[in-house]
Design a protein around this ligand. Structure first.
Ligand code: SAH
Length: 256
């Protein structure tokens, strides 16, 4: 595979979905960081409406539901993830308050000013941080919150190899101060930012590492599957080499 030219977005989506539906989280995160982000958000009641955008199979949505009394809608474009999400909700007896629906973050199915909180871990990059913040704002009530994680540079300068990799994979990657400025400009009061700990990435990559062998066995000879695993391994390798330079940051803002 030509690693320089191909990005994750170009692989066959079905194979990627199949791969990720076997792991509890589809991005770096943990119950602890979900709760930490939640601690900056107050005044949620039984009547509050929450959307978890790009929810995947709902790892973080279940944590939210266990800690706030609100109605939560999980939205994801992948039907397999949503089926798993709703199964997980039933298993945890949370299905009366949380519902997974298939939808597109570029065209959310809410009325304007309907939501009290928009949550999105490891997913806003699909629409782009700036566009997501701007387009989703109208769905929030005045004083409503947004909480998202976003891949972010930790330093002003970085080695060329990692700079080029992320520039190609996600050109909106930027520094914390620039992201906060974008949030402010989009009409939010930046309430908090914190760096998602390294352990979230190492867990994510190590869980994926464990599924590689069985996945490759199932798809022996499938070029997409092989290239996908190879890309994942390359991304993980780069993370371990350059983790001082980038990672996820949680951004919490309030609509003003
Ligand atoms: N929030 C979950 C999943 C993150 S992975 C977690 O942290 O574990 C990113 C998710 O975004 C995937 O589930 C993917 O299917 C979803 N996604 C990608 N493009 C989307 C779009 N246009 N609309 C809705 N969901 C999308």
């Amino acid at each position: 595979m030509n690693k320089e030219k191909q990005t994750i977005h170009e692989f066959d989506l079905n194979v990627i979905h199949e791969y990720f539906s076997n792991v509890e989280r589809q991005g770096p995160g943990s119950p602890e960081i979900t709760l930490k982000a939640l601690s900056f958000i107050d005044s949620l009641t039984e009547n509050s409406k929450v959307a978890d955008i790009g929810c995947g199979t709902g790892g973080q949505t279940m944590v939210l539901a266990q800690n706030i009394p609100c109605e939560i809608t999980g939205i994801d474009s992948c039907s397999g993830f949503i089926n798993q999400f709703n199964q997980n909700a039933r298993n945890k007896n949370l299905h009366d308050r949380i519902k997974g629906i298939i939808g597109n973050m570029e065209n959310l199915p809410f009325q304007e000013e309907y939501l009290d909180l928009i949550w999105s871990e490891g997913a806003i990059y699909n629409i782009g941080f700036n566009r997501g913040l701007n387009e989703w704002r109208k769905f929030l009530k005045q004083g409503g919150y947004i909480a998202v994680t976003e891949n972010t540079w930790f330093t002003e300068e970085r080695p060329a190899e990692i700079q080029e990799f992320w520039q190609k994979a996600y050109s909106e990657i930027d520094t914390i101060s620039n992201k906060v400025a974008q949030m402010q400009k989009a009409g939010y009061l930046p309430m908090a930012t914190f760096v998602v700990p390294e352990s979230c990435w190492t867990n994510y990559y190590s869980i994926m590492q464990k599924t590689h062998a069985s996945f490759l066995k199932k798809y022996t000879g499938n070029k997409t599957a092989e290239e996908f695993v190879s890309y994942q391994r390359y991304e993980a390798e780069l993370y371990y080499k350059y983790k001082a330079y980038y990672g996820y940051v949680f951004y919490i803002g309030k609509k003003i």
